[in-house]
Design a protein around this ligand. Structure first.
Ligand SMILES: Nc1ncnc2c1ncn2[C@@H]1O[C@H](COP(=O)(O)OP(=O)(O)O)[C@@H](O)[C@H]1O
Ligand SMILES: [Mg+2]
Length: 367
């Protein structure tokens, strides 16, 4: 776990507000003929996130919940369809031409697969130099110098390695090269999209530690994306949990891992394998899949899988409400204000597993 870094004087690097990226699904020929509107996948559906200098924010959630869409939208590889992204105070949501190219130099993304992301026909030196050529930075000597610096940053000695090929390297070394390629442009913001999930478990921690160190050394703002909530404890200051295109819980990493508030977060944590079964919390299985963003359910998006579901949950989507300790959660259990507002809806559902104390809040409000 990294040392908590003082927040006071750190400048905000990236800030999203109500960010949405909806995709138009291709409509079939029949529906086009009968004039049906094409379906819309609400992959990212109103997300706020702020990342400061030297800060690593973790974004977790199951596969398909919209994490990559958020990452791609923040670095403007996707065009958001709503909301706003500010980079160091400047609105870049709809930047194009020169301004977009400049922004893309400052904001880099590292992908999951270090086997397919590096061109096998180029040497390590050429792979890292390529972005400099694309952005027309420096002459040959200056570029060589920058490549060597980037390789030193990722702890791969340049002298022995510039002329090698990706196939000469291990998975962990390749991911370090992918990181060097992103760093060579001297960005201020990095999205690391599942950077260790294809690597051997034994080397995952060292790559995560590297990302953490780089964030501090270079003052980088980092969005670390993972479907595995167990890995966020290594490097993240702050964690956001995503479900079906929205943040359902966020706050300081340590607190969330120790005491999750949202039933979804609780289940993600309960699913982490333990060495000692006696240490494992009471097991709550997370069954079924994330619903399709083509058919977002009414009310709470997690209601179809939540063991605490009450009629209120199926009718009214909870707000992301402030909790003690700088935490926020989107759940009626923790939002008794909403239960009071609609007491008619607040009745526990028969036949579901319920948590007496939590449902008590809803039931009290109903009486
Ligand atoms: N380019 C796209 N066009 C249409 N749907 C997409 C596109 N990219 C992602 N989606 C859909 O958006 C949802 C979120 O995807 P994604 O952001 O990749 O999730 P995650 O990274 O959390 O696994 C998925 O249902 C996916 O099918
Ligand atoms: Mg993804």
């Amino acid at each position: 776990m990294s040392e908590r870094r003082g927040e006071g004087d750190r400048a905000t690097v990236i800030e999203a507000e109500g960010l949405k990226t909806h995709f138009q699904a291709r409509s079939g020929i029949i529906s086009a003929l009968v004039g049906q509107k094409p379906k819309v996948a609400r992959a990212l559906d109103g997300v706020d996130v702020t990342i400061r200098e030297r800060e690593v924010v973790g974004l977790v959630g199951e596969s398909g919940c919209g994490k990559s869409t958020l990452g791609m939208s923040l670095v403007r590889m996707y065009q958001p369809t709503g909301g706003r992204v500010r980079y160091r105070g400047e609105d870049i949501t709809r930047a194009e031409g020169r301004a977009l190219k400049d922004y893309r130099r400052q904001a880099q993304i590292i992908f999951q697969d270090p086997y397919s992301s590096l061109n096998p026909r180029l040497t390590i030196g050429q792979i890292i130099e390529e972005p400099l050529i694309i952005h027309r930075i420096g002459n040959a000597a200056e570029r060589r110098e920058r490549v060597a610096r980037a390789m030193n940053l990722v702890r791969i000695p340049p002298a022995e390695n510039v002329d090698r090929y990706p196939s000469d390297l291990s998975g962990g070394q390749r991911q370090r090269i992918a990181i060097a390629r992103a760093l060579v442009l001297e960005p201020k913001f990095i999205v690391a999209d599942e950077p260790v999930s294809m690597l051997d478990v034994s080397i995952q921690a060292s790559v995560l530690e590297l990302i953490d160190e780089l964030s501090r050394e270079l003052g980088l703002a980092v969005l670390y994306i993972s479907h595995d909530i167990a890995t966020v404890g290594y490097i993240c200051d702050h964690v956001a949990v995503m479900y079906l295109g929205r943040i359902v819980e966020e706050g300081p990493a340590e607190e969330i891992l120790a005491e999750p508030l949202h039933p979804y977060t609780e289940r993600l944590i309960a699913a982490i394998p333990r060495m000692d079964p006696a240490e494992a919390p009471e097991r709550h299985e997370l069954t079924g899949d994330v619903p399709s963003p083509l058919n977002v359910p009414p009310g709470c998006r997690f209601s179809s899988r939540c063991p605490f579901v009450a009629p209120l949950c199926e009718a009214v989507e909870p707000e992301l409400s402030d909790q003690p300790g700088g935490r926020r959660v989107r759940c009626h259990i923790h939002d008794d204000g909403a239960a009071r507002l609609r007491p008619d809806l607040a009745r526990p559902v028969a036949g579901r597993v319920t948590h007496d104390e939590d449902v008590g809040i809803l039931a009290d409000a109903a009486s």
